[in-house]
Write a protein that binds this ligand. Structure first.
Ligand SMILES: [Zn+2]
Ligand SMILES: [Zn+2]
Length: 200
């Protein structure tokens, strides 16, 4: 989405608003999104701040996601706000390398495409459920438990605790460096010295 800024160039404090509908096909690259149900609606405001152009605004688009428990499709409206400065000139660091991730105007145009994309992509929820009490799928046969009992024996506790026991396995290793630190402390040494008489 390229915006012509010639109307506010050289006029600090000047701004304009723009409303556009844009294709949201790029959202389909996300595995969480099964369908894009309409265009992206973008309402942006571009302000000349003197040193840069500030783009602020709101974006929304209707999409179909899948419930992360039962995998049923569900429709939702992604909504996000954005705020990004576009520099008048590119900025360089001490080694004259172009600083990364900077947005710069190109002549009398400003390209908000990547801003819109990134804003919407990070607005997609990692997990979404069709209802707070969605029972999900049977871990044995994969049937949707919302549609009734599948007849499988009740889920094995071990299966449900498996992720937890993994965490428990990991935690002693994770704690090792901290313990070493404790052993190195004066307090710990004194205590051990009393008990084991290793050090005088
Ligand atoms: Zn569900
Ligand atoms: Zn089952």
């Amino acid at each position: 989405m390229r915006l012509n800024i010639s109307g506010i160039q050289g006029r600090k404090g000047a701004f304009f608003r723009v409303e556009r509908e844009l294709p949201g096909d790029f959202l389909k690259t996300l595995p969480e999104i099964s369908r894009v149900l309409g265009p992206i609606s973008a309402e942006l405001k571009v302000t000349n701040t003197g040193d840069a152009y500030l783009v602020t605004g709101s974006l929304s688009v209707e999409v179909e996601l899948r419930c992360s428990r039962c995998l049923e499709p569900l429709q939702t409206r992604l909504e996000a706000t954005c705020e990004q400065e576009f520099l008048k000139e590119p900025e360089f660091d001490e080694e004259e390398e172009l600083l990364e991730e900077q947005h710069v105007v190109e002549g009398n145009e400003l390209d908000a495409t990547s801003l819109i994309r990134e804003t919407l992509l990070i607005s997609v929820p990692m997990k979404v459920v069709c209802s707070p009490d969605c029972p999900g799928l049977c871990p044995s046969c994969g049937a949707s438990l919302a549609e009734g009992d599948c007849g499988c024996p009740s889920p094995d506790v071990d299966i449900r605790l498996a992720p937890l026991s993994k965490l428990l396995e990991l935690s002693p290793q994770a704690a090792t460096p901290e313990r070493r630190k404790d052993h190195g402390s004066t307090k710990e040494e004194t205590f051990q010295g009393k008990g084991q008489q290793k050090e005088s």
